[in-house]
Design a binder for this molecule. Structure first.
Ligand code: ADP
Ligand code: MG
Length: 536
């Protein structure tokens, strides 16, 4: 009677579906593949990657977030792993590779547990307990921050990058920059890294990089007759063109005799002259314009000794407004004394083969620039990426006031504590907490692998040291074995480590809970449109 029952289709034709264990192992494999792609870059002895995009452009980098950003990844579970790197980068500026590698290891160990018939929901619960405990444990290992520590934090972040050779130098600049823009109140420090403008300029050597107490514009003054330098600058910021106003409608002017023509031109001249007189009357000796400046206006300005720059970037205009206290004005007729900002010096200087404008000694000193120099574009780009990290971690450490010893030391310590904690939990969750504890050791293990050391011996030495209460012991990537990371001054912000563990754990849990992948349009399990939101 039921023999002729028709199958019911609830999904569109072409939809692919994988479910149960095969969906799980497929997702886990994809996530592990992403982790494997970046693990060789981890740590001071990590290698760089050369990435070539579809246009043939080359990026050479050691930065996990950059590598994952440049890779064209389709698989939805792999994209979730990339999301970890993105979160890590946004909140902590560093630790991206670590976060991804930990997530990969958590999933790898989950696979083993699933094979032993531990249900994914039990694993998820164990991971949740373990990551909560890990956060508490991190606090107990934190060291207090002072200026010397800030510098060490910057140096640790720069170690192993191509900027590593000049880390002392760059660390000094990054600490000075962060301290200059930091706001301190009763609740502590806050740092807006957006107040630190990083300006790349190819040419010269890395050591020519410098911190400028103010703003640098990659522009030159518009007219060679203008002064090269203005002391006690009164600055007008204009975001409309300094030219004769165009009529709203296309108008044709019939000129019937030569007098009319000269009268017409006189009027234009007169108008431009009046604009320049306006600058003079309010006392502006420096004009930064976001749009163009008419040739004749340039001429009048130079005659009056006004320093002017045209076509400044919008972001620079905003930064200038913040730093100098000037208000950005559209209608020059409305310009008044109150709109002007000030700086102790505005000067055009030759940097490499081009001229740049320096606006220094701004009253609202909470704005600094760092001029990054280097021989080639690739060098400047990679130095900037490393410097961004250094400034970021210094800012985080300055805000939070807490750092940890690195080199896998704190992870080894937490791993040990979590194993003890697991025993107290008992049951099946115990296995998941133990797996979590083991997964954290992936960091010291990978650090030692990448340094060409024997990872098994390293882990044995490390466990021994920690069982003797040497909680600062981590991997000695230079000489082999283990060493006191507090003595070696390998320090990183607590937030970096904590966030890496939390987001790795959350994402592993999210992936483990999936037992069904339904993807439309026959795309391989993944690449479905709804996952585009996770794109970097
Ligand atoms: P991430 O993207 O995770 O920041 P890195 O390549 O920057 O990856 O490596 C960071 C890891 O290297 C951290 O675990 C850090 O503690 C470790 N590390 C940094 N400097 C040293 C050092 N001098 N000795 C041992 N480990 C170090
Ligand atoms: Mg790093």
């Amino acid at each position: 009677m039921y023999g002729g029952q028709q199958p019911i289709f609830i999904l569109k034709e072409g939809t692919e579906r994988t479910s149960g264990k095969s969906a799980q192992s497929n997702n886990i494999a994809a996530a592990k593949a992403v982790a494997d792609a970046v693990r060789s870059t981890l740590g001071p002895k990590g290698m760089d990657k050369m990435l070539v995009d579809s246009m043939g452009d080359v990026v050479i980098t050691n930065d996990g977030a950059t590598i994952l950003k440049e890779m064209d990844i389709e698989h939805p579970a792999a994209k979730m792993i990339i999301e970890i790197a993105k979160t890590q980068e946004q909140h902590c500026y560093d630790g991206t590779t670590s976060a991804v590698v930990i997530a990969g290891e958590l999933l790898k160990r989950s696979e083993d547990l699933i094979e032993q018939n531990v249900h994914p929901t039990v694993i998820c619960e164990g991971f949740r307990l373990a990551s909560e405990k890990a956060s508490d444990l991190i606090e107990t290992h934190a060291l207090k921050v002072d200026e010397e520590i800030l510098k060490e934090v910057a140096k640790t972040a720069l170690t192993g990058k191509s900027a590593g050779a000049v880390k002392e130098f760059l660390a000094d600049i990054s600490v000075a920059a962060v301290v200059a823009v930091a706001q301190t109140n009763s609740e502590g420090n806050t740092v807006d890294v957006g107040d630190i403008k990083i300006q790349k300029k190819q040419g010269g050597s890395i050591r020519d990089s410098s911190l400028v107490n103010g703003i640098v514009l990659d522009k030159e003054r518009v007219h060679s007759g203008m002064p090269k330098s203005v002391s006690g600058a009164s600055i007008a910021l204009i975001n409309s063109a300094i030219e004769v106003k165009k009529t709203e409608v296309d108008a044709k002017i019939q000129i019937t005799d030569p007098n009319m023509l000269s009268q017409f031109l006189d009027e234009e001249e007169q108008y431009l002259r009046s604009l320049v007189e306006k600058f003079q009357s309010v006392g502006a000796n420096t004009v930064i314009c976001q749009k163009g400046i008419d040739d004749l206006a340039q001429h009048y300005m130079s005659k009056e000794g006004i320093f002017a720059v045209r076509r400044a970037k919008k972001s620079d205009m905003e930064a200038l407004s913040k730093a100098t206290g000037a208000r950005i004005v559209t209608n020059i007729d409305d310009l008044s004394l109150e709109d002007l900002g000030s700086a102790s010096k505005v000067e055009e200087r030759k940097i490499g083969d081009s001229d740049m404008v320096f606006i220094e000694g701004c009253p609202e000193a909470k704005s600094v620039s760092v001029l990054i120099r280097g021989g080639t574009e690739h060098v400047v780009d990679e130095i900037k990426r490393a410097f961004d990290d250094a400034v970021g971690v210094v800012a985080v450490a300055h805000e939070d006031g807490a750092v940890l010893t690195g080199g896998g030391s704190v992870l080894a310590a937490i791993s040990r504590d979590l194993r003890l904690y697991a025993e107290r939990i008992g049951g099946r969750e115990q296995m998941a907490v133990e797996a979590f504890a083991g997964a954290l050791e992936v960091i010291p293990r990978t650090l030692s692998e990448n340094a060409g050391l024997d990872p098994v011996n390293t882990i044995i030495d490390l466990r021994k040291a920690h069982s003797e209460g040497k909680t600062h012991f981590g991997v000695n990537v230079y000489e082999g074995g283990v060493a006191d990371m507090n003595k070696s001054r390998v320090l990183e912000p607590s937030r970096v480590v904590e966030q890496a563990i939390q987001s790795a754990s959350e994402t592993a849990v999210m992936i483990l809970r999936i037992d069904d992948v339904i993807s439309s349009r026959g795309v391989s399990p993944g690449g479905a449109d709804e996952f585009d939101g996770l794109d970097m």
